[in-house]
Design a protein around this ligand. Structure first.
Ligand SMILES: Cc1cc2nc3c(=O)[nH]c(=O)nc-3n(C[C@H](O)[C@H](O)[C@H](O)COP(=O)(O)OP(=O)(O)OC[C@H]3O[C@@H](n4cnc5c(N)ncnc54)[C@H](O)[C@@H]3O)c2cc1C
Length: 384
Protein backbone atom coordinates (compact mmCIF):
# COMPACT_ATOMS: atom_id res chain seq x y z
CA UNK A 1 0.00 0.00 0.00
CA UNK A 2 1.12 3.57 -0.74
CA UNK A 3 3.45 4.59 2.15
CA UNK A 4 2.03 8.12 2.13
CA UNK A 5 -1.48 6.81 2.67
CA UNK A 6 -0.24 4.59 5.51
CA UNK A 7 1.48 7.61 7.07
CA UNK A 8 -1.78 9.60 6.80
CA UNK A 9 -3.69 6.76 8.48
CA UNK A 10 -1.17 6.59 11.30
CA UNK A 11 -1.30 10.31 11.90
CA UNK A 12 -5.13 10.44 11.89
CA UNK A 13 -5.41 7.46 14.27
CA UNK A 14 -2.79 8.96 16.59
CA UNK A 15 -4.78 12.22 16.64
CA UNK A 16 -7.96 10.38 17.60
CA UNK A 17 -6.12 8.40 20.28
CA UNK A 18 -4.74 11.58 21.82
CA UNK A 19 -8.28 12.21 23.13
CA UNK A 20 -8.02 9.04 25.24
CA UNK A 21 -5.16 9.62 27.64
CA UNK A 22 -3.64 7.52 30.39
CA UNK A 23 -6.14 8.83 32.96
CA UNK A 24 -9.02 7.53 30.79
CA UNK A 25 -7.53 4.03 30.54
CA UNK A 26 -6.56 3.97 34.23
CA UNK A 27 -10.13 4.78 35.24
CA UNK A 28 -11.58 2.00 33.11
CA UNK A 29 -8.90 -0.45 34.19
CA UNK A 30 -9.60 0.17 37.87
CA UNK A 31 -13.28 -0.69 37.51
CA UNK A 32 -12.97 -3.13 34.56
CA UNK A 33 -15.17 -0.97 32.35
CA UNK A 34 -15.40 -1.32 28.56
CA UNK A 35 -14.00 1.67 26.60
CA UNK A 36 -17.29 2.45 24.84
CA UNK A 37 -16.39 6.07 23.97
CA UNK A 38 -13.07 4.99 22.44
CA UNK A 39 -14.66 2.23 20.34
CA UNK A 40 -17.46 4.58 19.25
CA UNK A 41 -14.93 7.21 18.16
CA UNK A 42 -12.96 4.64 16.13
CA UNK A 43 -16.18 3.32 14.56
CA UNK A 44 -17.48 6.78 13.66
CA UNK A 45 -14.15 7.70 12.09
CA UNK A 46 -14.41 4.52 9.97
CA UNK A 47 -11.22 2.93 11.30
CA UNK A 48 -12.82 -0.37 12.29
CA UNK A 49 -14.32 -0.93 8.85
CA UNK A 50 -11.30 -0.27 6.65
CA UNK A 51 -11.39 -3.89 5.45
CA UNK A 52 -15.06 -3.82 4.36
CA UNK A 53 -15.30 -3.23 0.58
CA UNK A 54 -16.31 0.27 -0.49
CA UNK A 55 -19.49 -0.97 -2.20
CA UNK A 56 -20.59 -2.35 1.18
CA UNK A 57 -19.89 0.92 2.96
CA UNK A 58 -16.35 0.30 4.23
CA UNK A 59 -12.96 1.73 3.44
CA UNK A 60 -12.06 -0.96 0.89
CA UNK A 61 -8.44 -0.93 2.05
CA UNK A 62 -5.97 -3.83 2.27
CA UNK A 63 -4.78 -5.56 5.44
CA UNK A 64 -1.76 -3.25 5.80
CA UNK A 65 -4.18 -0.38 6.48
CA UNK A 66 -5.84 -2.34 9.30
CA UNK A 67 -2.40 -3.24 10.66
CA UNK A 68 -1.40 0.46 10.64
CA UNK A 69 -4.60 1.38 12.51
CA UNK A 70 -4.07 -1.23 15.22
CA UNK A 71 -0.33 -0.60 15.57
CA UNK A 72 -0.95 3.11 15.99
CA UNK A 73 -3.64 2.53 18.63
CA UNK A 74 -1.18 0.52 20.73
CA UNK A 75 1.68 2.90 20.07
CA UNK A 76 -0.49 5.71 21.43
CA UNK A 77 -0.95 3.86 24.73
CA UNK A 78 -4.54 2.84 23.98
CA UNK A 79 -5.87 -0.72 23.81
CA UNK A 80 -7.18 -2.15 20.55
CA UNK A 81 -8.07 -5.39 22.36
CA UNK A 82 -11.44 -3.76 22.98
CA UNK A 83 -12.37 -3.87 19.32
CA UNK A 84 -9.76 -5.61 17.15
CA UNK A 85 -11.87 -8.74 16.59
CA UNK A 86 -14.22 -6.91 14.23
CA UNK A 87 -11.31 -6.45 11.85
CA UNK A 88 -10.60 -10.15 11.45
CA UNK A 89 -14.01 -11.77 12.07
CA UNK A 90 -15.67 -9.85 9.24
CA UNK A 91 -13.36 -11.71 6.83
CA UNK A 92 -15.38 -14.85 7.58
CA UNK A 93 -18.51 -13.22 6.15
CA UNK A 94 -16.61 -11.50 3.37
CA UNK A 95 -14.94 -14.65 2.08
CA UNK A 96 -17.53 -17.31 2.87
CA UNK A 97 -20.88 -15.59 3.43
CA UNK A 98 -23.61 -15.41 0.80
CA UNK A 99 -24.30 -12.18 -1.12
CA UNK A 100 -27.43 -11.76 1.00
CA UNK A 101 -25.51 -12.16 4.28
CA UNK A 102 -22.88 -9.64 3.16
CA UNK A 103 -25.59 -7.12 2.30
CA UNK A 104 -27.44 -7.74 5.55
CA UNK A 105 -24.48 -7.38 7.91
CA UNK A 106 -21.49 -5.55 6.46
CA UNK A 107 -23.02 -2.12 5.62
CA UNK A 108 -24.65 -2.02 9.07
CA UNK A 109 -21.31 -2.91 10.69
CA UNK A 110 -19.58 -0.20 8.66
CA UNK A 111 -22.22 2.34 9.76
CA UNK A 112 -21.65 1.35 13.38
CA UNK A 113 -25.22 0.12 13.82
CA UNK A 114 -24.16 -3.48 14.33
CA UNK A 115 -21.18 -4.65 16.36
CA UNK A 116 -19.43 -7.89 15.49
CA UNK A 117 -16.84 -8.16 18.22
CA UNK A 118 -17.42 -11.65 19.64
CA UNK A 119 -15.70 -14.76 18.41
CA UNK A 120 -16.72 -18.03 20.08
CA UNK A 121 -14.16 -20.75 19.39
CA UNK A 122 -12.32 -21.70 22.61
CA UNK A 123 -14.01 -24.09 25.05
CA UNK A 124 -12.93 -25.04 28.56
CA UNK A 125 -12.21 -28.69 27.80
CA UNK A 126 -10.81 -28.47 24.27
CA UNK A 127 -8.49 -25.43 24.67
CA UNK A 128 -5.97 -25.21 21.84
CA UNK A 129 -7.34 -28.42 20.33
CA UNK A 130 -10.18 -26.75 18.42
CA UNK A 131 -11.26 -29.98 16.69
CA UNK A 132 -12.22 -31.40 20.09
CA UNK A 133 -14.80 -28.71 20.82
CA UNK A 134 -18.12 -30.01 22.12
CA UNK A 135 -20.70 -27.29 21.52
CA UNK A 136 -23.36 -28.89 19.33
CA UNK A 137 -25.68 -27.28 16.79
CA UNK A 138 -28.45 -29.64 15.65
CA UNK A 139 -30.72 -28.73 12.75
CA UNK A 140 -34.41 -28.70 13.73
CA UNK A 141 -36.60 -27.38 10.91
CA UNK A 142 -35.36 -23.95 9.95
CA UNK A 143 -33.29 -23.47 13.11
CA UNK A 144 -30.16 -24.91 14.70
CA UNK A 145 -30.53 -25.81 18.36
CA UNK A 146 -27.26 -24.99 20.12
CA UNK A 147 -26.07 -26.54 23.39
CA UNK A 148 -22.67 -26.22 25.03
CA UNK A 149 -20.23 -23.70 26.42
CA UNK A 150 -17.52 -21.34 25.25
CA UNK A 151 -14.87 -19.66 27.35
CA UNK A 152 -12.82 -16.50 26.85
CA UNK A 153 -15.45 -15.13 24.48
CA UNK A 154 -14.19 -11.59 24.69
CA UNK A 155 -16.44 -8.56 24.25
CA UNK A 156 -19.63 -10.71 24.18
CA UNK A 157 -21.39 -8.15 26.39
CA UNK A 158 -20.43 -5.37 23.97
CA UNK A 159 -21.25 -7.03 20.69
CA UNK A 160 -24.47 -7.69 18.77
CA UNK A 161 -23.16 -10.63 16.77
CA UNK A 162 -21.04 -13.63 17.65
CA UNK A 163 -19.17 -15.71 15.11
CA UNK A 164 -19.72 -19.16 16.60
CA UNK A 165 -17.92 -22.39 15.75
CA UNK A 166 -19.99 -25.45 16.72
CA UNK A 167 -20.11 -29.13 15.86
CA UNK A 168 -22.93 -29.98 13.45
CA UNK A 169 -21.85 -33.54 12.64
CA UNK A 170 -20.95 -35.84 15.54
CA UNK A 171 -17.43 -37.25 15.46
CA UNK A 172 -17.32 -40.84 14.29
CA UNK A 173 -14.43 -43.29 14.01
CA UNK A 174 -11.99 -42.35 11.26
CA UNK A 175 -13.45 -38.89 10.79
CA UNK A 176 -11.02 -35.95 10.78
CA UNK A 177 -11.78 -34.09 14.00
CA UNK A 178 -11.73 -30.74 12.27
CA UNK A 179 -14.52 -31.88 9.91
CA UNK A 180 -18.18 -31.51 10.86
CA UNK A 181 -17.77 -28.05 12.43
CA UNK A 182 -19.84 -25.12 11.20
CA UNK A 183 -19.89 -21.35 11.57
CA UNK A 184 -23.11 -19.66 12.69
CA UNK A 185 -23.65 -15.96 13.13
CA UNK A 186 -25.50 -15.61 16.42
CA UNK A 187 -27.54 -12.47 17.00
CA UNK A 188 -26.92 -12.09 20.72
CA UNK A 189 -29.45 -9.30 21.18
CA UNK A 190 -32.24 -11.81 20.61
CA UNK A 191 -30.45 -14.72 22.24
CA UNK A 192 -29.56 -13.41 25.71
CA UNK A 193 -32.17 -14.76 28.12
CA UNK A 194 -33.51 -17.14 25.46
CA UNK A 195 -30.89 -19.87 25.70
CA UNK A 196 -27.77 -17.72 25.85
CA UNK A 197 -26.14 -16.72 29.12
CA UNK A 198 -23.03 -14.55 29.30
CA UNK A 199 -20.90 -14.43 32.46
CA UNK A 200 -17.99 -12.02 32.73
CA UNK A 201 -14.58 -13.35 33.81
CA UNK A 202 -12.32 -10.97 35.72
CA UNK A 203 -8.77 -11.17 34.40
CA UNK A 204 -5.44 -9.49 35.17
CA UNK A 205 -6.21 -6.84 32.55
CA UNK A 206 -9.37 -5.09 31.43
CA UNK A 207 -10.36 -7.27 28.46
CA UNK A 208 -14.15 -7.70 28.81
CA UNK A 209 -13.84 -11.43 28.43
CA UNK A 210 -16.62 -13.87 29.32
CA UNK A 211 -17.85 -17.41 29.40
CA UNK A 212 -20.93 -18.17 27.38
CA UNK A 213 -23.50 -20.90 27.91
CA UNK A 214 -25.87 -22.25 25.25
CA UNK A 215 -28.96 -24.01 26.50
CA UNK A 216 -31.26 -25.02 23.65
CA UNK A 217 -30.56 -21.73 21.93
CA UNK A 218 -32.45 -21.57 18.61
CA UNK A 219 -30.42 -19.93 15.86
CA UNK A 220 -31.98 -19.40 12.40
CA UNK A 221 -30.44 -21.81 9.88
CA UNK A 222 -30.04 -18.91 7.44
CA UNK A 223 -27.21 -17.59 9.63
CA UNK A 224 -25.03 -20.56 8.67
CA UNK A 225 -21.94 -19.18 6.93
CA UNK A 226 -20.90 -21.17 3.86
CA UNK A 227 -21.39 -24.93 3.85
CA UNK A 228 -22.28 -27.00 6.87
CA UNK A 229 -19.29 -28.99 8.16
CA UNK A 230 -16.61 -26.76 6.63
CA UNK A 231 -16.49 -24.19 9.43
CA UNK A 232 -13.01 -25.05 10.68
CA UNK A 233 -11.57 -24.23 7.25
CA UNK A 234 -13.40 -20.90 7.24
CA UNK A 235 -12.06 -19.98 10.67
CA UNK A 236 -8.59 -21.15 9.68
CA UNK A 237 -8.65 -18.98 6.57
CA UNK A 238 -9.08 -15.91 8.78
CA UNK A 239 -6.34 -16.84 11.20
CA UNK A 240 -3.45 -15.51 9.16
CA UNK A 241 -5.08 -12.08 9.10
CA UNK A 242 -5.76 -12.32 12.83
CA UNK A 243 -2.15 -13.23 13.61
CA UNK A 244 -0.72 -10.46 11.44
CA UNK A 245 -3.01 -7.86 13.01
CA UNK A 246 -2.20 -8.96 16.57
CA UNK A 247 1.50 -8.88 15.63
CA UNK A 248 1.08 -5.29 14.41
CA UNK A 249 -0.52 -4.42 17.75
CA UNK A 250 2.45 -5.96 19.59
CA UNK A 251 4.88 -3.91 17.48
CA UNK A 252 2.88 -0.81 18.47
CA UNK A 253 3.10 -1.81 22.14
CA UNK A 254 6.85 -2.40 21.85
CA UNK A 255 7.33 1.06 20.32
CA UNK A 256 5.32 2.65 23.14
CA UNK A 257 7.41 0.89 25.82
CA UNK A 258 10.70 1.76 24.10
CA UNK A 259 9.75 5.44 23.70
CA UNK A 260 8.78 5.61 27.37
CA UNK A 261 11.99 3.89 28.48
CA UNK A 262 14.23 6.15 26.37
CA UNK A 263 12.49 9.30 27.56
CA UNK A 264 12.63 8.33 31.22
CA UNK A 265 16.25 7.15 31.08
CA UNK A 266 17.22 10.52 29.62
CA UNK A 267 15.56 12.57 32.33
CA UNK A 268 15.97 10.45 35.46
CA UNK A 269 19.15 11.42 37.23
CA UNK A 270 20.70 9.41 40.07
CA UNK A 271 24.34 9.41 41.18
CA UNK A 272 24.65 12.79 39.51
CA UNK A 273 23.90 11.79 35.92
CA UNK A 274 21.05 10.50 33.74
CA UNK A 275 20.60 6.74 34.05
CA UNK A 276 20.66 6.56 30.21
CA UNK A 277 24.43 7.06 30.44
CA UNK A 278 24.82 3.64 32.05
CA UNK A 279 25.21 0.85 29.52
CA UNK A 280 23.42 -1.43 31.96
CA UNK A 281 20.33 0.72 31.37
CA UNK A 282 20.95 1.56 27.72
CA UNK A 283 21.75 -1.88 26.28
CA UNK A 284 18.54 -3.69 27.27
CA UNK A 285 16.54 -0.87 25.62
CA UNK A 286 18.72 -1.06 22.50
CA UNK A 287 18.26 -4.85 22.37
CA UNK A 288 14.48 -4.50 22.76
CA UNK A 289 14.55 -1.98 19.90
CA UNK A 290 16.48 -4.38 17.64
CA UNK A 291 14.04 -7.20 18.41
CA UNK A 292 11.06 -4.93 17.77
CA UNK A 293 12.49 -3.91 14.38
CA UNK A 294 13.10 -7.55 13.43
CA UNK A 295 9.51 -8.39 14.36
CA UNK A 296 8.28 -5.38 12.39
CA UNK A 297 10.13 -6.64 9.30
CA UNK A 298 8.42 -10.01 9.67
CA UNK A 299 5.02 -8.31 10.01
CA UNK A 300 5.75 -6.42 6.78
CA UNK A 301 6.82 -9.62 5.04
CA UNK A 302 3.64 -11.39 6.18
CA UNK A 303 1.52 -8.44 5.00
CA UNK A 304 3.29 -8.41 1.66
CA UNK A 305 2.66 -12.13 1.12
CA UNK A 306 -0.93 -11.89 2.34
CA UNK A 307 -1.73 -9.01 0.01
CA UNK A 308 -0.08 -10.61 -2.99
CA UNK A 309 -2.19 -13.73 -2.48
CA UNK A 310 0.71 -16.00 -1.58
CA UNK A 311 0.88 -18.52 1.25
CA UNK A 312 1.71 -16.53 4.37
CA UNK A 313 1.01 -19.14 7.09
CA UNK A 314 4.63 -19.38 8.25
CA UNK A 315 5.22 -15.62 8.14
CA UNK A 316 1.93 -14.80 9.91
CA UNK A 317 2.79 -17.24 12.70
CA UNK A 318 6.40 -16.06 12.99
CA UNK A 319 5.29 -12.41 12.97
CA UNK A 320 2.85 -13.09 15.80
CA UNK A 321 5.43 -14.94 17.90
CA UNK A 322 8.33 -12.51 17.32
CA UNK A 323 6.17 -9.45 17.87
CA UNK A 324 4.59 -10.84 21.05
CA UNK A 325 8.09 -11.66 22.35
CA UNK A 326 9.36 -8.20 21.36
CA UNK A 327 6.47 -6.40 23.07
CA UNK A 328 6.89 -8.40 26.26
CA UNK A 329 10.65 -7.87 26.29
CA UNK A 330 10.13 -4.14 25.78
CA UNK A 331 7.49 -4.10 28.53
CA UNK A 332 9.87 -5.76 30.96
CA UNK A 333 12.74 -3.44 30.06
CA UNK A 334 10.46 -0.44 30.43
CA UNK A 335 9.50 -1.43 33.97
CA UNK A 336 13.16 -2.06 34.85
CA UNK A 337 14.21 1.32 33.46
CA UNK A 338 11.57 3.07 35.55
CA UNK A 339 12.59 1.30 38.75
CA UNK A 340 9.83 1.64 41.34
CA UNK A 341 7.86 4.11 39.23
CA UNK A 342 7.28 1.37 36.63
CA UNK A 343 4.85 -0.18 39.12
CA UNK A 344 2.86 2.98 39.71
CA UNK A 345 -0.54 3.08 38.04
CA UNK A 346 -0.17 6.68 36.90
CA UNK A 347 2.71 5.80 34.54
CA UNK A 348 0.51 3.36 32.54
CA UNK A 349 3.44 0.97 32.18
CA UNK A 350 2.16 -1.69 34.55
CA UNK A 351 -1.23 -1.60 32.76
CA UNK A 352 0.32 -1.97 29.32
CA UNK A 353 2.63 -4.67 30.72
CA UNK A 354 -0.41 -6.68 31.84
CA UNK A 355 -2.21 -6.07 28.56
CA UNK A 356 0.64 -7.14 26.30
CA UNK A 357 1.36 -10.30 28.33
CA UNK A 358 -1.81 -11.80 26.84
CA UNK A 359 -0.27 -12.21 23.42
CA UNK A 360 2.06 -14.97 24.57
CA UNK A 361 -1.12 -17.05 25.02
CA UNK A 362 -3.89 -15.68 22.81
CA UNK A 363 -5.14 -15.97 20.15
CA UNK A 364 -2.63 -18.81 19.83
CA UNK A 365 0.04 -19.71 22.33
CA UNK A 366 3.72 -19.61 21.43
CA UNK A 367 4.11 -23.40 21.74
CA UNK A 368 1.45 -24.00 19.12
CA UNK A 369 3.26 -21.64 16.74
CA UNK A 370 6.54 -23.48 17.33
CA UNK A 371 4.72 -26.78 16.67
CA UNK A 372 3.37 -25.36 13.42
CA UNK A 373 6.84 -24.28 12.30
CA UNK A 374 8.40 -27.59 13.36
CA UNK A 375 5.84 -29.65 11.50
CA UNK A 376 4.71 -27.61 8.52
CA UNK A 377 7.81 -25.57 7.72
CA UNK A 378 10.65 -27.82 8.87
CA UNK A 379 9.00 -31.17 8.14
CA UNK A 380 9.57 -32.63 11.59
CA UNK A 381 7.11 -35.08 13.18
CA UNK A 382 3.85 -33.79 14.58
CA UNK A 383 4.39 -33.45 18.32
CA UNK A 384 0.80 -33.98 19.48
C1 LIG B 1 -8.06 -12.65 27.86
C2 LIG B 1 -8.33 -13.71 26.82
C3 LIG B 1 -9.12 -13.41 25.74
C4 LIG B 1 -9.43 -14.40 24.81
N1 LIG B 1 -10.33 -14.13 23.80
C5 LIG B 1 -10.81 -15.14 23.05
C6 LIG B 1 -11.90 -14.94 22.16
O1 LIG B 1 -12.42 -13.82 22.01
N2 LIG B 1 -12.40 -16.01 21.49
C7 LIG B 1 -11.88 -17.26 21.63
O2 LIG B 1 -12.39 -18.18 21.01
N3 LIG B 1 -10.82 -17.49 22.46
C8 LIG B 1 -10.29 -16.46 23.16
N4 LIG B 1 -9.24 -16.69 24.03
C9 LIG B 1 -8.73 -18.04 24.19
C10 LIG B 1 -7.29 -18.21 23.70
O3 LIG B 1 -7.28 -18.27 22.29
C11 LIG B 1 -6.76 -19.47 24.38
O4 LIG B 1 -6.55 -19.15 25.75
C12 LIG B 1 -5.49 -19.97 23.74
O5 LIG B 1 -5.73 -20.42 22.44
C13 LIG B 1 -4.89 -21.12 24.58
O6 LIG B 1 -5.87 -22.08 24.87
P1 LIG B 1 -6.09 -22.54 26.39
O7 LIG B 1 -6.20 -21.35 27.24
O8 LIG B 1 -7.18 -23.53 26.45
O9 LIG B 1 -4.74 -23.26 26.78
P2 LIG B 1 -4.38 -24.81 26.60
O10 LIG B 1 -4.69 -25.26 25.23
O11 LIG B 1 -4.96 -25.55 27.74
O12 LIG B 1 -2.80 -24.74 26.76
C14 LIG B 1 -2.19 -24.52 28.04
C15 LIG B 1 -0.68 -24.48 27.84
O13 LIG B 1 -0.24 -25.70 27.28
C16 LIG B 1 0.45 -25.48 26.08
N5 LIG B 1 0.10 -26.52 25.10
C17 LIG B 1 -1.13 -27.00 24.79
N6 LIG B 1 -1.03 -27.93 23.81
C18 LIG B 1 0.28 -28.04 23.50
C19 LIG B 1 1.02 -28.80 22.56
N7 LIG B 1 0.42 -29.65 21.72
N8 LIG B 1 2.36 -28.64 22.51
C20 LIG B 1 3.00 -27.78 23.36
N9 LIG B 1 2.35 -27.03 24.24
C21 LIG B 1 1.00 -27.14 24.31
C22 LIG B 1 -0.01 -24.11 25.56
O14 LIG B 1 1.01 -23.52 24.80
C23 LIG B 1 -0.27 -23.37 26.86
O15 LIG B 1 0.90 -22.74 27.29
C24 LIG B 1 -8.87 -15.69 24.94
C25 LIG B 1 -8.02 -15.96 26.03
C26 LIG B 1 -7.76 -15.00 26.96
C27 LIG B 1 -6.90 -15.35 28.16
Amino acid sequence: MDPELIADIRSAVAQLCANFDGAYWQRLDRDMVYPTEFVTALTEAGWLSVLIPEELGGGGLPLSAAAAVLEEIQRSGCNGGACHAQMYTMGTILRHGSAEQKQRYLPAIARGELRMQAFGVTEPTSGSNTGALRTRAVLDGDHYVVNGQKIWTSRAEHSDLMVLLARTTPLTDGMKHTDGLSVLLVDMRAAVGNGLTIRPIRTMMNHATTEVFFDDLRVPAETLIGDEGRGFRYILSGMNAERILIAAECVGDAKWFIDKAVAYAGQRSVFGRPIAEHQGVQFPIARAYANMRAAELMVNEALHRYESGGDCGAEANMAKMLAADASFEAANVCIQTHGGFGFAEEYDIERKFRETRLYQVAPISTNLILSYLGEHVLGMPRSY
